[in-house]
Write a protein that binds this ligand. Structure first.
Ligand code: SAH
Ligand code: SF4
Ligand code: F3S
Length: 481
């Protein structure tokens, strides 16, 4: 069978990254291999995000650019999937005439069938059906994952929380968890192909399995931690209202769980939190953080904020800055509030002007920058355990694994050059770029995927810089099944 080329443009959150990987795996069975070149593609897919207006605009401007390609190559198939596809449905086919397929967030396992039909019948297809259950994708043995150290694994779909600003419940549907057996099996497969770290994904992982009467989230992580060869577990996102004591305890009991939690607070003002329907107060949030820090003193906490929510006063915004000062977050994401279709807040009165939102966003980011700089600076001189992900961008030319192999294959040349530059992350999720003398690491094959000790020499705002000391021996408890 002739190999065909697939180009995927993934916009949005980690869930979309995972979904795009599932799409690639599913289409492998139809002989589609990915390409980085748009003009070489036989099939172009856009996996879209609807969270803010800007993300949606990005989708339509990309789709617009494809008209010329379709004109040149009428056989080209173009598909739009993900959250904007789910939200807009048929409207996309009407608005963009050169689109062949619109597939929603629950149609990923059906995509190979859809593409087959378009190939043979030359028709346009829309599939935005929302099945309750997540359908598992039959994947061709994890051949794609070779060389990857860290991988996302979606453990649950949808969201039942209905925060008043958010589009996710409408585009991802109701909360639904995957069976623990299939999750563990998938992770085992990833580890067999070299993955050493997984990030478990869900909009609210704390409520994993509750609806279906499966195991609790911390029990799921305990089962996953038994996978031999897996070194680290991360998860995102945890809703503060549901952060349970047993999940907090997992940071002490589960040796593979990294000491990082993303705990989006959105605002420091109780008045705003109430109108956002977040179902916790600033006080309750701080209480939970206190418990977390008692159990795991070096835990790194990150967060999301929305500025300019309808009716947010200067006093409310001050409370947000005050919370940031109290929390001393490791890092945070902040967004200007954006009206979304279906989200109740889009009808709330007292909208904040764009200029005011811009000003508040800038103030917040400047405020956090100082805290972050101080935090990063305090790490200079320390030794950090880093999971090596691959050669740093500066030195890799393509995939990290091939770059590593190429560098090794050019042997003597590389070893004469003093140092190679690598990249990885600490347990707290800080990016560490570091140099390592090739002679020191030449017996560690492959180097990516190992836990190593790095002496930190310099701090930047988004990363740390250091020097390789030695390999960290892995405690038997981390390797045992
Ligand atoms: N389930 C996660 C968040 C998913 S969306 C949670 O509950 O934390 C990621 C982030 O986008 C949110 O945390 C929020 O800060 C931001 N966001 C969501 N809707 C938004 C909107 N309408 N305008 C601006 N930011 C928004
Ligand atoms: Fe959106 Fe709230 Fe659900 Fe997060 S918890 S996805 S912010 S509705
Ligand atoms: Fe965007 Fe959909 Fe994720 S709206 S943030 S891609 S769940």
């Amino acid at each position: 069978m002739k190999t065909k080329k697939l180009y995927i443009n993934t916009i949005g959150c980690q869930m979309n990254v995972y979904d795009s990987e599932q799409i690639e795996k599913g289409l492998l069975s139809m002989n589609y291999k990915t390409t980085e070149y748009l003009d070489k593609a036989d099939l172009i897919l856009v996996n879209t995000c609807a969270i803010r207006e800007k993300a949606e605009q990005k989708v339509f401007s990309f789709l617009g650019r494809l008209a010329g390609l379709k004109k040149k190559n009428p056989g080209l198939i173009i598909g739009v999937g993900g959250c904007v596809a789910q939200q807009e449905g048929e409207k996309i086919l009407k608005r963009v005439p050169h689109i062949d397929v619109v597939f929603g967030t629950h149609a990923i396992s059906r995509l190979p069938g859809i593409i087959k039909r378009v190939e043979s019948k030359k028709c346009r297809i829309i599939d935005i059906g929302m099945s309750q259950k997540i359908e598992e994708i039959e994947t061709v043995v994890n051949s794609m994952d070779n060389g990857k150290v860290s991988s996302f694994v979606t453990i649950m779909q949808g969201c039942d929380n209905y925060c008043t600003y958010c589009v996710v419940p409408y585009v991802r549907g109701r909360e639904s968890s995957r069976d623990p057996e299939s999750i563990v099996k998938e992770i085992q497969g990833l580890v067999n192909s070299g993955v050493r770290e997984v990030t478990l994904l869900g909009q609210n992982v704390n409520s994993y399995g509750k609806k279906e009467g499966l195991c609790s989230f911390s029990e799921l992580m305990a089962r996953i931690s038994k996978v031999k060869g897996l070194l680290r577990i991360r998860f995102t996102t945890s809703h503060p209202k549901d952060l349970s004591d047993d999940l907090i305890l997992a940071f002490k009991d589960n040796e593979k769980l990294c000491s990082h939690i993303h705990l989006p607070v959105q605002s420091g003002s109780d008045r705003v939190l109430k109108r956002m329907n977040r179902k916790y107060t600033r006080g309750l949030y701080l209480e939970k953080v206190d418990k977390l820090r008692k159990i795991c003193p070096d835990i790194s906490i990150t967060s999301d904020f929305i500025v300019g929510f309808p009716g947010e006063t200067n006093a409310d915004f001050k409370e947000t800055l005050d919370l940031i000062e109290t929390m001393k977050y490791e890092s945070l994401f902040a967004f200007k509030y954006s009206d979304r279709p279906n989200a109740p807040a889009s009808h709330f009165p007292h909208k904040i002007s764009d200029q005011e939102k811009k000003d508040r966003l800038q103030k917040l980011l400047d405020f956090q920058e100082r805290i972050k700089r101080e935090k990063n600076q305090s790490m200079v001189g320390s030794t950090q355990v880093v999971l090596v992900e691959g050669l740093s961008k500066k030195q890799s030319s393509g995939g990290t694994s091939t770059a590593e192999t190429q560098a090794r294959e050019s042997g003597t040349d590389v070893s004469k050059k003093a140092d190679m530059q690598w990249t990885g992350r600490t347990s707290a999720n800080k990016i560490v770029n570091f140099t390592a003398d090739n002679r020191l690491i030449s017996s560690i094959e492959p180097f990516a995927g190992n836990l190593v000790n790095i002496k930190i020499d310099k701090a930047f705002s988004h990363s740390l810089w250091g020097k390789y000391k030695n390999i960290k021996s892995i405690p038997l408890s981390l390797m045992a099944s």
